[in-house]
Design a protein around this ligand. Structure first.
Ligand SMILES: *Cc1c(COP(=O)(O)O)cnc(C)c1O
Length: 373
């Protein structure tokens, strides 16, 4: 049990949620949902009231990510994990290549490895805290990248490998809305609302290029069986009508649309990414100056600006720090459980105020001093 340590008021952030997903939901969005609830929650998702919210989310995302003509925003139920299954059925033709550098990217690789209708994937791994590079290979029709590996706090640039007409599909679950991206570099950029978009889980969203839509149509016309709830042609047909195939969580949709519009009002993706840059500068700057902390990711250019990981030396018990913070209302700074490091992981998503990140670093120092062994 950590000793009782009570943070003084000036070391208490205005909001104590620093988890990497589910992450801080803005109170303004919840208030807007409460105000809209009597006409919105508990109404048919096939009717205009709900479809209007879906349309706002789809159009808002298209604007936020500056999607070129021909790109479409698809959505369905089940979160990113369900999208991996949908992609294994409906986007990968025969063989995918996966850059595997953490828990999430390795999970998608495991999905395609297990899919009986696909060839064994090409999985390129690198140690935790780094990322591998794609290798163009004629047998590959789908390159699976991860914009931000949330489990380790490593980010990578989204770039189409040169010399292939394979499609590029990007897990952007914790990156979309907080990191800059050039849509010309991807064919599917997929994510869920509970990270940068400060919403709730349970939904997947995929921004698809014309090439990805063509791939979906071609596979759909083939012999392959597609389970309806994971069928991308069915998701496409419904998304075009601002609907989902089966009943979605209406609150999730509302929070997503509200947050996307908030970001657009503030200045769009550049605004959001700059705000994350500022939080990252505060956090990594603090870690580099600290006696006990160091950024886990060695290369500064690969350090995530949306989910930061910071290692501690053995004079500090990071788990005790996280527990003490939690007892003071600062929650979810624990590291990704399977990484097994003496570490804190701190989300820097756009909804999280840079000032709160600064206050948090002061709180961590305060706790460390008093826990010192
Ligand atoms: C959170 C996360 C997932 C899993 O998302 P779910 O919606 O819970 O399925 C997948 N990939 C990355 C990079 C994530 O951060």
């Amino acid at each position: 049990m950590p000793p009782e340590i009570t943070l003084p008021d000036h070391l208490r952030p205005s909001d104590g949620r620093f988890g990497s997903g589910p992450s801080k939901v803005r109170n303004e969005a919840v208030e807007a949902l409460t105000a809209a609830a009597p006409e919105y929650l508990g109404t048919s998702h096939r009717r205009e009231t709900v479809r209007f919210v879906v349309r706002r989310a789809r159009q808002g995302l298209s604007e936020l990510l500056s999607l070129p003509d021909g790109y479409e925003v698809l959505l369905g139920n089940g979160g990113t994990t369900a999208f991996w299954d949908a992609a294994a059925f409906g986007l990968i033709e025969r063989r995918s290549q996966h850059l595997s550098f953490g828990e999430f990217s390795s999970k998608f690789a495991a999905v395609t490895r297990g899919a009986p209708h696909l060839d064994d994937p090409d999985v390129i791994e690198s140690p935790a805290g780094t990322h591998p590079e794609p290798r163009v290979d004629a047998s590959i029709d789908t390159y699976a990248l991860t914009h931000n590996e949330t489990s380790t706090g490593v980010c990578m640039e989204v770039r189409r490998p040169e010399g292939t007409d394979g499609i590029v599909i990007v897990d952007a679950t914790s990156a979309a809305g907080g990191m800059r991206v050039d849509p010309g570099q991807f064919d599917a950029y997929y994510f869920a609302p509970q990270k940068c978009f400060a919403g709730d889980g349970g939904l997947w969203i995929a921004c698809c290029s014309a090439a990805a839509i063509e791939r979906i149509a071609r596979i759909s016309a083939s012999e392959r069986w597609l389970p309806p709830s994971l069928s991308l042609p069915i998701a496409l047909e419904n998304s075009r009508l601002d609907q989902t195939y089966n009943t979605p969580a209406l609150a999730t949709l509302f929070l997503l649309a509200h947050d996307v519009e908030w970001m657009l009002e503030q200045g769009g993706l550049e605004w959001a990414a700059s705000r994350c840059d500022r939080s990252a500068e505060i956090l990594y700057g603090w870690a580099e100056a600290s006696k006990h902390a160091t950024p886990f990711v060695a290369k500064p250019g690969e350090r995530s600006h949306v989910s930061a990981t910071v290692d501690f030396d053995d004079q500090v018990d990071a788990a005790a720090v996280a527990a003490t913070l939690r007892a003071n209302g600062i929650v979810d700074t624990e590291p990704y459980r399977k990484l097994g490091r003496n570490q804190l992981r701190i989300a820097l998503f756009p909804a999280i105020a840079p000032d709160d990140v600064a206050t948090l670093t002061g709180a961590i120092d305060y706790v460390i001093e008093r826990l010192a062994r």
